[in-house]
Design a protein around this ligand. Structure first.
Ligand SMILES: Nc1ncnc2c1ncn2[C@@H]1O[C@H](COP(=O)(O)OP(=O)(O)OP(=O)(O)O)[C@@H](O)[C@H]1O
Ligand SMILES: [K+]
Ligand SMILES: [Mg+2]
Length: 692
């Protein structure tokens, strides 16, 4: 993504947001935010009262009513502006994605293989299932015309348009690096791609639609908070409405003073209801999604961002997430009575059609060590058995010769079914390899076990520190792998995860997620393979790698454009920050009321009850100025808090309880004190300028 960064009130965004703020004055829009709707009705009411006052029979001086009315309209407009600005920022990000959607040409293959006849078609005419070839040096800068899966070949691809990362990446058939995104470019070699999305349904299209979806659905937490705010509003509405007959009654009884006016009551109500958080709530949510996007993560819903903040278990793959993921064959370890070259020969035969990086590395190692040539696959008349996470084996049938390679347990089961046995010498090799944290693969021919292959992998640098950070945040890390127990334990210890699950089938992953969820925990996971799709669909936060298969991307609720599995940590942090921002501003907003109460109650009722003058602790110049100052403060505080709502409160990896205490102290106390200062200052200004 060509990331354009905007300053907070960048005119390019602020000016359209102002226009949008006015457009949002329509009742249909206002109705969606019940608290602000009360302010909206109050604005209309005071406007009518002002017109009446100008006609000569006002319930209060016309200047006062007009001033209150104007500032109530500003309150509504400022809240609209905050929301429009947040939406504008994410739309600007979407617009930069749209840059990817230009006209492309495609070489559509009539037979789905390299070298087959092709026909030049427009990118837009491609349909799901079509097969195209993209070669370096093609017309149109070799832009890949659609989202798809590489089915043949290897190429280096420039994905900077999507990821902003300039280093090219390898995309190849088989394995975890087979997905390509429309709009990226082939730099060298060629690939044959099967198109996986119709025009208009591509990944980029969906991202744009998602980002532009201004009518963002409210998340469950937002709904819960809104209900609380509405309840508070109803309570204050009740209080305010009963004050009117009450003050009328005391005037009647005492025969002195005058009842409180309508304008003052509206002003009182607006100051008491939680307008600050109600006005900023949706901006906070939209900004959370924008911040995800800044981290190159596309969230498909606000709910996903919110869930990310609540996550307490993090499931991660071993291979590729905790380790570098390019497992390479490093040694052939034959069984007693088998020569190393025989083992290498069989291992290579079994791997000829294995397109996974593991498979290819076996072919390469055999070639390097024993000069075993790659054989012509077609001449062999072989039938290849592809790897699956279910069987954990792959191999080849040559006539009646069955060669297999796979996880030790899988091969043990396989040879025992055929009536063979698993030699102790191979068990010992397998254990040695596993204790080093490498992956052992065992090779068999028929019912005879030939030996083991060591696949080396390296734990990523810096990952241990990230796990420490997560633990401090109270999040449990669990490594999940299809590998054997010993390897898993070695890597788990080296990386410092809290727990691990070994020999995990896709079903086992799914069951583990369900088990944590049954305990009431929120689970996050990353994945890239088709195998991961069910687990991704089940997880509360599921980050699919952009390089992953289409199935994984469909199942997840976030996509990481950088395809960096450790990004999950940043995702959780961003989610937490969004929740903290919401919590802090809610605290601030409600604490605010206490100060406004002192400013406005004495002023509003001093006409009825002169004793209330004693409560004027702020020493405000006169009742009208006190009420107006409180209303002005109430409006301006929304604008002042926009930066915090959009950028999020500063975040530190601390436990939930510590964070809560800190925030209560800062935003609760701040919320009480700031209005005292603010209202006093506004009152002084009004007095100085003689406006009130
Ligand atoms: N190409 C292959 N051919 C045969 N066996 C394989 C192949 N690749 C992996 N295996 C074996 O199958 C096991 C399970 O593989 P799977 O891809 O499910 O998990 P993994 O790659 O070990 O771990 P992770 O879940 O972290 O990716 C591996 O540990 C290995 O023993
Ligand atoms: K308020
Ligand atoms: Mg794997």
């Amino acid at each position: 993504m060509t990331k354009k960064t905007f300053t907070l009130f960048d005119p390019a965004l602020a000016v359209p947001a102002m226009r949008e703020a006015v457009r949002k004055l329509s009742p249909a829009v206002q109705w969606r935010n019940p608290v602000m709707f009360v302010v909206y009705v109050g604005s209309i009411l005071t406007t009518l009262l002002a017109i009446q006052a100008l006609g000569g029979e006002g319930e209060a001086p016309a200047g006062f009513i007009i001033a209150i009315s104007v500032w109530l309209w500003f309150t509504v407009l400022f809240a609209n502006f905050a929301e429009a600005l947040a939406e504008g920022r994410s739309k600007a990000q979407a617009a930069s994605l749209r840059g990817l959607k230009r006209e492309t040409w495609a070489k559509k293959l009539l037979e789905p293989r390299y070298g087959g006849k092709w026909q030049l078609v427009q990118g837009n005419d491609l349909r799901k299932g079509d097969v195209v070839v993209v070669e370096a040096g093609d017309i149109g800068q070799s832009v890949i015309p659609a989202d798809g899966e590489v089915i043949e070949g290897v190429a280096s691809v420039d994905e900077s348009a999507i990821t902003g990362e300039s280093a090219p990446v390898i995309r190849e058939s088989g394995g975890d690096f087979s997905a390509v995104t429309g709009g990226t470019r082939v730099l060298s070699d060629w690939i044959v791609i099967r198109v996986t999305a119709n025009p208009g349904e591509t990944f980029v299209d969906r991202m744009i639609a998602m980002v532009e979806n201004a009518k963002r659905q409210k998340t469950p937490n937002e709904i819960a908070l809104t209900i609380l705010l509405v309840a508070l509003t109803i309570v204050f509405l009740g209080v305010t409405v009963t004050l009117l007959p009450f003050s009328q009654f005391s005037v009647d009884v005492s025969g002195a003073g005058r009842p409180v006016g309508m304008t003052v009551l509206v002003a009182l109500l607006v100051c008491l209801i939680p307008t600050t958080i109600a006005g900023l709530l949706s901006a906070i949510g939209v900004a959370g999604m924008s911040r995800m996007m800044q981290a190159n993560v596309i969230a498909t819903s606000g709910r996903a961002v919110e869930a990310a903040g609540d996550v307490d278990v993090l499931l991660m793959d071993k291979t590729g997430t905790i380790t570098l993921g390019n497992r390479q064959a490093s040694a052939f370890l034959p069984a007693d009575g088998v020569s190393e070259s025989d083992l290498a020969n069989s291992a290579q035969l079994a791997s000829l059609a294995d397109e996974t990086p593991e498979g290819r590395s076996i072919v390469v190692l055999a070639k390097q060590k024993y000069d075993l040539r790659e054989r012509d696959i077609h001449a062999l008349a072989a039938h290849f058995v592809h790897f699956s996470a279910q069987t954990r084996m792959s191999g080849v049938d040559l006539g009646d010769k069955q060669i297999r390679k796979g996880a030790a347990e899988a091969i043990r089961h396989h040879v025992e079914t055929l009536g063979g046995s698993f030699p102790a010498s191979v068990s010992a090799r397998v254990d040695e390899v596993a204790r080093r944290g490498s992956t052992p693969l065992v090779v068999s021919e028929g019912k005879r076990v030939l030996g083991a292959i060591e696949l080396k992998d390296i734990v990523k640098g810096g990952i241990k520190e990230r796990f420490v950070e997560l633990r401090r945040m109270g999040i449990k890390t669990v490594m999940v792998t299809g590998d054997n127990r010993v390897t898993a334990a070695a890597i788990a210890a080296e990386a410092g995860v809290d727990d691990f699950l070994s020999e995990a089938t896709p079903e086992a992953k799914l069951a583990l997620i369900r088990q944590y969820q049954a305990e009431g925990r929120l689970v996050a996971m990353t994945g890239d393979g088709t195998n991961d799709a069910p687990a991704l669909a089940q997880a509360d936060v599921a980050v699919a790698m952009n390089t992953g298969t289409q199935a994984a991307k469909e199942a997840g609720n976030m996509v990481d454009l950088d395809s960096n599995p450790t990004k999950l940590i940043e995702v959780v942090e961003t989610g937490k920050q969004m929740l903290m921002t919401r919590g802090s501003l809610t605290t601030f907003s409600i604490a605010n009321d206490i100060a406004k109460y002192f400013a406005i109650i004495p002023a509003a009722f001093v006409g009825t009850y002169p004793q209330l003058a004693a409560l004027n602790v702020m020493g405000l110049s006169n009742p009208a100025s006190a009420i107006l100052s409180a209303v002005i403060f109430n409006a301006l505080i929304i604008v002042f808090l926009i930066p915090l709502a959009l950028k999020g409160v500063p975040y530190r990896p601390l436990g939930a309880a510590t964070l809560l205490r800190r925030n209560m102290a800062i935003y609760g106390l701040g919320g009480i004190l700031v209005p005292f200062v603010g209202i006093k200052l506004i009152d002084l200004c009004l007095a100085a300028t003689g406006l009130a």
